[in-house]
Design a protein around this ligand. Structure first.
Ligand SMILES: NC(=O)c1ccc[n+]([C@@H]2O[C@H](COP(=O)([O-])OP(=O)(O)OC[C@H]3O[C@@H](n4cnc5c(N)ncnc54)[C@H](O)[C@@H]3O)[C@@H](O)[C@H]2O)c1
Ligand SMILES: [Zn+2]
Length: 363
């Protein structure tokens, strides 16, 4: 019943949009899109795995609401965020008669959201799109905020656009078909939100159930929405807080070789390192640092760095990363869970020590 759906508005000048959240709301997708005034022919972009799980349900919901729709399926995974796949999807849209009066619907994880959003931002010089995220990461993070991207050989997310969705539909029941490892890596991002913006979210993470997940997702979306509203295009620095754990985390993810560690697993290590630096330079209580580690371990996320990944390789990747402002490291620290700030005082040596601290095992 739509009555029980949760709704968060992302308040942007001229183009505010809603995020509707609830278990099982995929079946209402057609009516939610119609109610949002998006009465357009629909082109669904998804990947093979998600299509098999949810494609028919979604198409049926569109048909029931009187929409005509076409389906565009790509092979999933990070390689889909490429010019080649963007071209393949664009050709497929053109062949299906998609034009300026159409609507793209991205059904899937962050890869599909980034890819379909990117295509929607350039196809016919830009058409509206709706996000229907189906992974934890995509529901709490990537589907809200309008960043779209594909990768280049030179690095991830180097080509893209800001193109805000017209609506986001989050069915938390879709998370039940994720494997435990995939689910837990997404929950690493939830812990990130707790650290940077809402301490009580960390209490909720002590015991996560499918039922509590809907509320947890909603709270994360509220945080993301307010950060995006304040800093839509990553100009004021507010949006940078979302990078907590990501500077060192990305370095580890890349040094391990993409695919070895899932993104959220690398971020788990990155958050431990950022927590450690926060105790040294921001006055974070040691007890809070240990609590962070305990919460991560409870989700079976890694908190100890394996010897096979050398510190030098991680440092090299950290410095190749784009999150540097005129050569200075802009590092996100927390003095107290529930708030964070960007520091420019962290040196290369500090970062190295933080990476080394990850080799210490925990009793
Ligand atoms: N735009 C942004 O603001 C932003 C923010 C963070 C991350 N990202 C991007 O998101 C991407 C990662 O997204 P992801 O973690 O969702 O991975 P993903 O999109 O690759 O999905 C992971 C796997 O799960 C499968 N899957 C998706 N939903 C499922 C479900 N409900 N049940 C079973 N299987 C399902 C997919 O087919 C895929 O194989 C990265 O490319 C990253 O750069 C974007
Ligand atoms: Zn992340």
């Amino acid at each position: 019943m739509s009555i029980s759906n949760r709704r968060v508005t992302v308040p942007l000048t001229n183009r505010s949009y809603d995020v509707v959240i609830g278990p099982g709301i995929l079946e209402q997708a057609g009516s939610l899109i119609r109610d949002a005034g998006l009465n357009r022919p629909i082109a669904v972009v998804t990947d093979e795995r998600v299509e098999e799980l949810y494609g028919q349900k979604l198409i049926a919901s569109f048909a029931a609401a009187g929409f005509s729709s076409s389906l565009h399926v790509v092979s999933g995974g990070e390689p889909a965020k490429s010019f080649a796949t963007a071209e393949e999807v664009s050709e497929s849209l053109a062949q299906a008669g998609v034009d300026r009066s159409s609507l793209v619907v991205a059904l899937g994880g962050g890869v599909i959201g980034d890819l379909a959003g990117f295509v929607a931002s350039i196809f016919a010089r830009g058409i509206p799109y709706v996000q229907i995220p189906t992974t934890v990461m995509a529901q709490v993070d990537s589907s809200v905020g309008g960043k779209t991207a594909i990768n280049l050989g030179a690095g991830k997310n180097l080509v893209g656009s800001f193109h805000q969705p017209a609506l986001v539909i989050i069915d938390t029941e879709t998370l039940t078909t994720l494997g435990p490892r995939e689910r837990n890596e997404g929950l690493a991002e939830v812990i990130k939100y707790g650290v940077i913006a809402d301490r009580s979210l960390l209490d909720a993470m002590e015991d996560v159930s499918q039922q509590s997940l809907t509320e947890i997702v909603e709270r994360c979306v509220r945080i993301k929405a307010s950060i995006v509203a304040e800093d839509e295009k990553e100009e004021s620095g507010k949006r940078a807080l979302l990078n907590f754990g990501h500077t060192i985390g990305h370095g580890i993810e890349s040094a391990a070789g993409y695919g070895k560690l899932l993104h959220g697993e690398a971020i788990s290590l990155g958050m431990r390192a950022a927590g450690w630096l926060s105790t040294k330079f921001a006055g974070l209580q040691i007890g809070d640092y240990h609590r962070l580690i305990r919460l991560l371990r409870q989700l079976s996320l890694p908190v100890v760095l394996q010897d096979e990944i050398p510190t030098a390789a991680i440092m090299e990747r950290v410095f190749a990363d784009k999150k540097f402002h005129r050569g200075e490291i802009r590092f996100v620290l927390t003095s107290e869970f529930g708030s964070a700030f960007v520091s420019e005082k962290i040196t290369r040596t500090d970062l190295e020590s933080a990476v080394e601290s990850l080799r210490e095992s925990i009793a």
